[in-house]
Design a protein around this ligand. Sequence first.
Ligand code: SAM
Length: 347
Amino acid sequence: MKTTHAIVLTFTILAPYAISPELLAQEKSVRPGINKSFEKPDVTKFVERFEREGREVYDHREEIIAACDLKSGMIVADVGSGTGLFTRMIAPRVGERGRVYAVDIAKEFVQHVASICKEAGLTNVKGVVCKPDSVELPDDSIDLAFICDAYHHFEFPYKTMRSVHRVLRPGGHVVLVEFHREEGKSSDWILNHLRANQETFVNEIRLAGFEVVDEKGFLKTSYWMRFKKSPRKTNSGHTTDSLADVKKLLADKTAMLIDVREQGEWDAGHLVAAKLLPLSALRRESSDKLPAIVSEIIPRNKIIYCHCRSGGRVLAATPILERLGYDIRPLNVGFSALAAEGFETAK
Ligand SMILES: C[S@@+](CC[C@H](N)C(=O)[O-])C[C@H]1O[C@@H](n2cnc3c(N)ncnc32)[C@H](O)[C@@H]1O
């Protein structure tokens, strides 16, 4: 009890860079206003828009769904389900033993999909009104996240994809159908509407913890890609994320950095962006008390980069924190190297 208290106290005092709920709330949308038309949407109008000949994903809907390899009993989340075009196609294919979650930020769409599926006798569809930064499904609950024409609408793409990562069962997949965006080739509407091209989106999804499995070329103005969860680690166990990625994710508060060195080393110099979580404390604390102590310091919805002096101790800290359910990415560069790479040090 005494030890626990001492650790909590130490971290409270020595962690002046704790991220407050207020700060988290200020995290910025990558594309403010993109979902304006889905606030209180006129559902009839959107049915006409999404479920019409001439929309490429509508015309190729059978191929899009066939490529997903749906099996009876699978649990699928149609993320950004809109008017339910794909939810209604997925439901009979996964059968009574399976389930489709129609997940959308727009309550009106979710209610519409739930009601038309009920009328059609599709009893395995469940509507979920999600948050702009989370799909709001239980952990380890789905086999496939199907995301068609919706990723570019995600205002907090890393957080939404981290939530997808959390809910996807081992061996599960993400299928992404998204518009190509190519300067000089794409229409002005696409160039204005989409914030980035395929390479950028794929890189974002990779950083959220996935790797590409395959890509199919049956669409012209869009691409179809399948991803699976990826450990994103080198043979030694360090993260494959580049320091540029780390800086970017720290800057937009998708990630945080912890320093697993000891108190004396921290006092002699540390990074402004880091919080202290000494390996010795992780090892010392009993397994029943550790989760509560760690959760005071690191939030579960962020990527956690960790560093030590030279990349050794992070490998010992990683399994302890992974067992608690965190996405830990150990850096193979230590404090001095990070400082030399431009990570600000505390005065
Ligand atoms: C262009 S519609 C696509 C609908 C459907 N997937 C289709 O292809 O017909 C994009 C949908 O994504 C939803 N959306 C936007 N941001 C979202 C988020 N963060 N999580 C879940 N759905 C979201 C919108 O409300 C909208 O229904």
